[in-house]
Design a protein around this ligand. Structure first.
Ligand code: NAG
Length: 278
């Protein structure tokens, strides 16, 4: 017997309440002249440190891209773009400086890396996501293994549009600090991207070049590390089976969380003030 107070309470498992519904009715192909279709989803997410923040996810199915944005409680603004047309993912961090320590107002960093097909759901599926319960705090169902990327190339901001048209908007504040990896650049060059986009950075690990957290003097070059986390993103489509349908059909998404650490050369220790011993 259920206590009367619980009458009418949904007995669906909590995971189901958090499920985002995929609207399955296929959208009619809109004529190009009507402009890009963009859909936005705002979700409340739990960060790896337990705090809650709002995250915005946008899909542009004409441009075939997804963007994600979240503000960390310390004020850092993180942006992520998946550009499926160019096989590029862009991470940007706007890090607030501590004015009382004489730091500039903010520091911007951009990291580019190759986008693989299985990392995030396609933009047309993302554009169809709607949420049932906007107040729910979402926690990713799967924590994907953290990744450490050694950034050994600088990207020329002016020429960067040849790599992805999103660079001009997303990385404008970071024009002097856009990084990529040779292994990804090789792939993009094979796709026809101009090699002039990339410039080599001093090699990491260069013999004797220390991690910034171990360097005391502000003027010295060192290897800086920045770590960020995509707190919640739809990483896989779920398929269901039904007796009424001949084939499995899309019925939801799996959500993931993933951290990325980027190592990159800085000519001066003070360009990496966040990288300190805990
Ligand atoms: C970026 O490329 C442009 C065009 O080739 C060039 O004029 C400019 O000097 C380059 N910028 C840097 C920082 O090398």
């Amino acid at each position: 017997m259920r206590p009367p107070g619980l009458c009418g309470v949904s007995r669906a498992p909590p995971a189901l309440l958090l499920l985002l519904l995929l609207l399955l009715a296929p959208l009619r192909e809109a004529p190009r002249a009507q402009g890009a279709r963009a859909a936005e989803l705002r979700v409340r997410v739990r960060l790896p440190d337990g705090q809650v923040t709002e995250e915005s996810l946008q899909a542009d199915s004409d441009g075939d891209s997804i963007s994600l944005e979240l503000r960390k409680p310390d004020g850092t603004l993180l942006s992520f773009i998946a550009d499926f047309k160019k096989d590029v993912k862009i991470f940007r961090a706007l890090i607030l400086g501590e004015l009382e320590k004489g730091q500039s107002q903010f520091q911007a960093l951009c990291f580019l890396s190759r986008l693989h097909r299985n990392e995030i759901i396609p933009s047309e599926a993302m554009a169809k996501l709607r949420q049932k319960n906007p107040r729910a705090v979402r926690q990713a169902e799967e924590v994907r293994g953290p990744e450490l990327l050694h950034m050994d190339l600088a990207v020329n901001f002016t020429l960067g549009a040849l790599l992805s048209p999103h660079l001009r908007n997303v990385c404008a504040e970071a024009a002097e600090a856009i990084y990529a990896r040779q292994e990804d650049a090789h792939f993009w060059l094979e796709q026809g991207v101009d090699g002039a986009v990339f410039e080599p950075l001093p090699r990491d690990p260069e013999p004797g070049l220390a991690r910034c957290r171990q360097v005391g003097e502000h003027g010295k070059p060192c290897v800086c590390r920045y770590t960020l986390s995509l707190a919640w993103y739809p990483c896989l489509l779920k398929y269901c089976h039904s007796h009424e349908r001949p084939a499995p059909y899309k019925c939801g998404i799996r959500s993931c969380q993933k951290s990325y650490s980027f190592d990159f050369y800085v000519p001066q220790r003070q360009l990496c003030l966040w990288d300190e011993d805990p």
